[in-house]
Structures are given as structure tokens and as C-alpha cells.
Write a protein that binds this ligand. Structure first.
Ligand SMILES: [Zn+2]
Ligand SMILES: [Zn+2]
Length: 277
């Protein structure tokens, strides 16, 4: 059987505030050892950090040194063969920082831009504050609506990051996000991605245990994306250490095939490339 060419399009390195266990070099070597065809470093850039998080982690806004990161990627490209290494960014969407986001993307070159929501309502789901006073449906629905509003405003991105980030850190018994519970907002999101050639991300970091519960990926979301003409699905481990690079990719590539997709997506110089699986 032909070996699948798999690309991990979502990884953090020492240039992310929370990626200190992952250097560009060790993750690139791990990707090559795992037989991945490509790896993209998408370090964090959030222009806004909620006070709650800043207090816990002594953080200032989380931007990385783009020039230094890209120079390091160039250096490591010369050391690792067999795995393509791409330059990316994970930009944190936030209404109050729209101008800064747009200016940063316009002023730099990347292979891939992931647009994600990490913080909303002045809180950070990771620290729990977001869920207070909300039932699961309100909490997940508001996250999806915020993601839709901000990404359609931005437009200038390639991959929609982890739509189910908000489910990871919740404590509700409903630990997964299903199409059937949010059909209208999912239709808006998926239609936008499909019509604009942008990729839906399968973020494998979500499908591990959090607070004794393990979120799952809903097949209906993928099926609906296909139905609406969506073709581009990106696999991302969201690794913050080299051990997680390419995590569960064969399983999710098979899952994609079983949903009728024939490709995975990756990006080079902001251009969509579909690789047969
Ligand atoms: Zn993220
Ligand atoms: Zn990430």
C-alpha cells in the first residue's frame, strides 16, 4: 500500500510563550523520525491577554519574534532532510486588536496562518473563568459565534484553528461539540471555509483526556463540510513538545477517508496544496 504523505500544520516551538519544551530542531527531527512529509511551526501571537491569565502566568501579550523564528527554521531546514519545514503563525482573534492583527499579517510573510480564538469575554477557558454562569450550550455556542465573527472579519488566514478548544477545559458532562447541537452556526462556518478555500482543522490535541473526560470529533461536522463543498482539511497536533508531533495522524487520516475526503491540506507561501491520502 502506498505510504500516505502527512503534514502536521500546527506546532509550537521555543518561540511560543508556552512552547519551551519544544525547540524547532527537536520537533523537526521528531517529525522526520516519525516519517511526516511536512511540519509547520505556528507560534502563538495574541495581542490581548486576559487579566486572569496575566496574573497566573505573569504574562504580557504573547507575541513571538517572527524574524528569529524564521531564521531558526531556515537553519534547521539545512539539518533535516525528508521533511519539509514551513513557517507559520497562530494568530489569536480578538475584536479589540483587529488593527494590530491585520497589520502584523500584512507586514510579514508566512507559509500558513492559523486563526484561533483563545480568549473571550475577557477570560481564558483554560483558567476556567469563561464557564462561570454559562450552561454548556451557551458556552460552546458563544465560542463558535465569536470564532465565526472574528475569522470572517479577518479573512486573511488559511486554517481555522481548533473550533473545539472551548470543550477541552470545560467541566460539563457534555465534553464534545456536535453538529446536531449547533447546526446553524456550523453551517455558516463550514460554508464560509468551503467557499473561500480555507481549511477546517482537525486538532488532535483536543481528543485526549482533560478532567477525566475525552472529547471526540463529530463525524457529522466533516460530512456536512463535504456536503457544502469543503475539500481542505488540515491535520494539526498543536504540539508543545516533540513527542506529540503528528499525534494520531494515521487514525484521523483514515477517519477523513471514511468521511469521503481524498486529501489532506497544507500550505506553502499561503497557497493551498491538497495531498492525496
Ligand atoms: Zn491555539
Ligand atoms: Zn496552537
Amino acid at each position: 500500500m502506498r505510504q500516505m504523505k502527512l503534514y502536521d500544520n500546527h506546532n509550537h516551538s521555543q518561540f511560543s510563550f508556552d512552547g519551551i519544551k519544544a525547540s524547532v530542531e527537536t520537533s523537526a527531527r521528531a517529525a522526520a523520525a516519525a516519517g511526516l512529509a511536512g511540519l509547520c511551526f505556528t507560534d502563538h501571537c495574541d495581542f490581548f491577554v486576559p487579566a486572569m491569565k496575566a496574573e497566573h502566568e505573569h504574562l504580557v501579550p504573547e507575541q513571538f519574534d517572527i524574524i528569529a523564528q524564521q531564521n531558526e527554521i531556515e537553519r534547521v531546514r539545512g539539518l533535516v532532510s525528508g521533511t519539509e519545514i514551513f513557517k507559520g503563525i497562530e494568530i489569536g482573534l480578538e475584536k479589540r486588536c483587529r488593527d494590530s492583527i491585520r497589520n502584523l499579517l500584512a507586514g510579514n510573510s508566512f507559509d500558513a496562518v492559523i486563526a484561533s480564538v483563545h480568549y473571550l469575554d475577557d477570560t481564558d477557558p483554560f483558567w476556567g473563568g469563561y464557564y462561570q454562569g454559562k450552561d454548556w450550550k451557551t458556552a460552546y455556542g458563544h465560542y463558535l459565534e465569536t470564532l465565526f465573527e472574528e475569522m470572517t472579519w479577518l479573512g486573511d488566514f488559511d486554517i481555522m484553528g481548533h473550533f473545539d478548544y472551548v470543550a477541552r477545559y470545560a467541566h460539563y458532562p457534555e465534553c464534545s461539540i456536535f453538529y446536531r447541537d449547533f447546526p446553524d452556526i456550523f453551517d455558516s462556518i463550514l460554508k464560509y471555509l468551503a467557499e473561500n478555500g480555507k481549511a477546517l482543522e482537525i486538532n488532535t490535541k483536543t481528543y485526549q483526556e482533560y478532567n477525566g473526560r475525552t472529547p471526540v470529533l463529530d463525524r457529522d461536522i466533516l460530512l456536512r463540510f463535504r456536503e457544502l463543498g469543503g475539500e481542505a482539511v488540515s491535520l494539526g497536533s498543536d504540539s508543545h513538545n516533540p513527542e506529540r508531533v503528528g499525534d494520531k495522524f494515521c487514525m484521523y487520516a483514515d477517519f477523513l477517508k471514511s468521511c469521503g475526503f481524498r486529501h489532506t491540506a497544507h500550505f506553502s507561501c499561503r497557497r493551498l496544496i491538497l495531498e492525496e491520502i
